[in-house]
Ligand binder design. Sequence first.
Ligand code: 5BU
Length: 259
Amino acid sequence: DRTLLPYEKRAELTSNSIAKRLFTIMATKKTNLCLSVDLTSSTKILDLVQKVGEHVCLVKTHIDIVEDYTDNFIVQLKELAQKFNFLVLEDRKYADIGHTVSLQYSKGLYNVADWADCVTVHSLPGEGILKALNDSAHSSRGVFLLAEMSSEGNLITPDYTEATVKMAAKYPELITGFVCQKKSTFKDPSLIQLTPGVQLESSKDELGQVYNTPEKVILENGADVIVVGRGIVSAKNPEAQAVVYKDTLWKCYTKRVSG
Ligand code: 5BU
């Protein structure tokens, strides 16, 4: 059972450099919280990250929702990443043919390849998408492959999930882990389970998002890194709420690994 091993042990097993760093950061900072900083103003993003940076292992961006993007925004975000020791995941969900994805990844306004430690990728187009990223990414980059989604009625089937996990096995140096919802989705302890759809206050939103509790996703469903967006971002006091999430999530993890 991959989920019973502590993060520091799993860090020793990885072939992907970002998975190694992420496991190590979690063990050092004692946090498995990923903040999904879904705000559209760069100042608001930087303000929030300044406040919660010390409590998270990973900051997840949707760079294409930022209305005032500049290269300097990235410079400042990366300074905060250095200062607080967290990694940056661009949740781009690439989903095109390999050639197009390599352009989307390393060209254009955002030049994601330049700054994102890791990115999310759909397996839908087939292996070419991973070949493309493998060729354009340098050695300290990683991919979270989408094996499942949190939203109601999504079209991913068990066969699709299984084929996704098989596809990932061909690219051990590139793959950081899976975005997924279930413990049974994969077995390899060197890979990281990133699980979105967690909120303490609510069980769904109006557009199909489904929320689970920290206990459920960590103890039953095998989550290693837990993505929280609006649970923190929309809280009255995001900093205090980040601490609540961090403590609750970490308690579940320590319970899990102490058997
Ligand atoms: P929320 O505010 O905690 O619901 O935000 C969840 C974030 O995780 C949001 O940025 C989504 O794009 C992202 N997400 C998700 O919610 N569900 C999924 O299956 C995947 C990503 Br993949």
